[in-house]
Design a protein around this ligand. Structure first.
Ligand code: PEP
Length: 251
């Protein structure tokens, strides 16, 4: 059975002291929460990984927001999957639209990153999603199909089964404009169908597909109630422990 998951993406926010404080707050809130029905993960800047790992306990998962497409060597400024894993992190966001848009990450690059992350037993949270123009011109289902095929369909069924997917319509990220629960469900069901065609129904049914894009405590319940929405990847609302927990407890 697939898991319900709420993962925070802090992006390039918080100083180290602020980040450690926020992680402690989330960790404490999670420990004290009565009935949590999902896995909870925070994905934090590279600089924060080891110090955050030291202040959270096993109930709260930790991830990076990216990793390099090489294992080691002369790649100044990059952080590799083995480095991420060495901090105690267990997850890594890959293919976020901001990485695709601002840092030119292509499907070929992402394919490498996914392979390197899996080799370190990191769980990729792999992001896919269309831009506004593609939503409006009706090509959004095809765009997302292509993103999945190009970056992920070289994987074995066993490795594909280790991924978490996150559908994040780019027009909904940080804009306050959320996809409706029906729009999310339509895309998530489509994604599951695309996976089933390649890997079979069991792999598709076991894949957690998160929704991301202006998800907050006020809309999380409706989104998570949809059959194929298995949780959320949360940006802005993950920067406040109470808001983040408001989403975690929406399950
Ligand atoms: C994100 O960038 O992963 C995201 C979902 O951001 P926000 O929740 O702020 O729209």
């Amino acid at each position: 059975m697939r898991k319900n998951i709420v993962a925070g993406n802090w992006k390039m926010n918080t100083t180290l002291a602020e980040g450690v404080g926020l992680a402690k707050d989330v960790n404490e809130a999670l420990k004290n929460a009565a009935d949590v029905k999902c896995d909870v993960v925070i994905c934090v800047p590279f600089t924060h990984l080891a110090p955050v790992a030291a202040v959270i306990d096993g109930k709260l998962g930790l991830g990076a927001e990216n990793c390099a497409d090489h294992v080691k060597g002369a790649y100044t400024g990059e952080v590799s999957a083995p480095m991420v894993a060495s901090t105690g992190a267990k997850y890594v966001i890959l293919g976020h639209s901001e990485r695709r848009q601002y840092y030119g990450e292509t499907s070929a690059i992402l394919k490498e990153k996914v392979n390197l992350a899996l080799a370190e037993n990191l769980t990729p949270i792999f992001c896919i999603g269309e831009v506004l123009e593609e939503r409006e011109n009706g090509t959004f289902l095809d765009v997302v199909t292509r993103q999945i095929r190009e970056a992920l369909f070289g994987l074995s069924a066993e490795d594909f089964g280790k991924l978490i997917l996150a559908y994040e319509p780019v027009w909904a990220i940080g804009t306050g404009k959320t996809a409706t629960a029906d729009q999310a469900q339509e895309m998530h069901a489509h994604i599951r169908g695309v996976i089933a065609e390649k890997y079979g129904k069991e792999v598709a049914d076991n894949c957690s597909i998160l929704y991301g894009g202006s998800c907050k405590p006020s809309n999380a319940k409706e989104l998570f109630a949809k059959a194929d929405v298995d949780g959320g990847l949360i940006g802005g609302a993950a920067l406040d422990a109470a808001s983040f927990m408001g989403i975690v407890t929406a399950f």
